[in-house]
Design a protein around this ligand. Structure first.
Ligand SMILES: [Fe+2]
Length: 321
């Protein structure tokens, strides 16, 4: 059936109308397979947990087969375990474990996704090179590599270095402003060392600051790693004293936690995760969360709350805003 003005005028049944609409490649708002508006977040992504106790030996095994000449990055993607997903950890964010062997470098490149990393097992001779400056990355440090800045990694020690990368790449893939380039030097050549780079949050300093912060609830302290370099991502350290418990209100923000030190249990919906140093936890937007802390703990929170706030969609169940 051909969709002409006359054919629509002559349509004598619902079936005839649907056939004409099909021909015109037009859908109908009244019989969609799924509603386009709904009363609360669908929560298609699920709370999940990854153990460093598994990731570290997995990286070591990858190190036997995958070189940094072969791979842009020797990393392990923490894809949210839902059907059809092979990349995103949460809707807007991806987390990945990465290892650079002693004496090895990961080549320099730049891309529009914003990125950061949390050093897990590194040392004072491991560097991220950002825009021609070497920045030390010691265990617990957070390093920023914002949108379109050149960055690579060099491990000048004789020990393998492990960290966790976080990127807003799933968001960039969805919105489509993706660009990526390799650096002409392969690994950016530099002898400039910047001990005061604004791209580094040294844990020697931030760990002490979060411990000195006032409690926001019994046994809970926060430190906002204030930065404007990453336009879509917020970073906070969260400290728990030994034995602390907490229940977080639901928020529309997606949250990924990485454990810098300590251990405990997190419960969300009917899932319970025992977490320890180096582990990653994801809490997609609108997840309920309860914490039980065994050993004094410090975690890095990576959240898309600043993005949702800019768009007017950051909502917290406790405050209604
Ligand atoms: Fe990168």
């Amino acid at each position: 059936m051909t969709a002409t003005p006359q054919a629509f005028a002559d349509a004598d049944s619902m079936e005839a109308l649907y056939a004409l609409l099909d021909d015109a490649r037009i859908g109908t708002g009244w019989n969609k397979p799924t509603p386009s508006l709904y009363p609360a977040p669908k929560r298609e992504f699920v709370p999940a947990h990854w153990s460093y106790g598994i990731a570290k030996p997995a990286l070591d095994a990858a190190g036997r087969y995958v070189s940094t000449e072969l791979a842009e990055r020797r990393n392990l993607i923490l894809a949210n375990p839902i059907e059809g997903n092979s990349y995103a950890t949460a809707r807007t964010l991806v987390a990945a474990y990465q290892m650079v062997k002693g004496g090895e470098a990961a080549r320099s490149h730049r891309h529009t996704p914003n990125a950061l990393r949390l050093a897990i097992d590194t040392n004072s001779e491991v560097y991220t090179i950002v825009q021609g400056e070497k920045i030390r990355m010691e265990s617990g440090d957070v390093l920023l590599t914002p949108n379109w800045l050149w960055h690579g990694h060099s491990n000048e020690s004789d020990r393998d270095a492990y960290w966790i990368d976080f990127l807003d790449a799933p968001l960039v893939q969805f919105l489509d402003p993706m660009f990526f380039e390799h650096h002409q030097d392969v690994v950016e050549k530099t002898n400039v060392y910047n001990p005061k780079s604004p791209m580094r949050f040294a844990y020697a300093e931030t760990g002490a600051r979060v411990r000195a912060a006032a409690e926001t609830a019994p046994g809970v302290r926060w430190l906002d790693l204030k930065q404007d370099a990453l336009s879509t991502i917020g970073l906070k350290l969260r400290h728990f004293t030994r034995g602390a418990t907490a229940a977080d209100p639901r928020t529309t923000a997606n949250r990924i936690y990485a454990v810098i030190e300590g251990s405990g249990t997190l419960r969300s919906d009917d899932r319970e995760f025992a977490w320890a140093r180096g582990d990653v936890l994801v809490l997609p937007g609108w997840s309920p969360v309860q914490w039980w802390v065994e050993q004094e703990a410090c975690l890095l929170l990576v959240t898309d709350a600043p993005l949702l706030e800019k768009l007017g969609w950051l909502k917290n169940e406790a405050t209604g805003r």
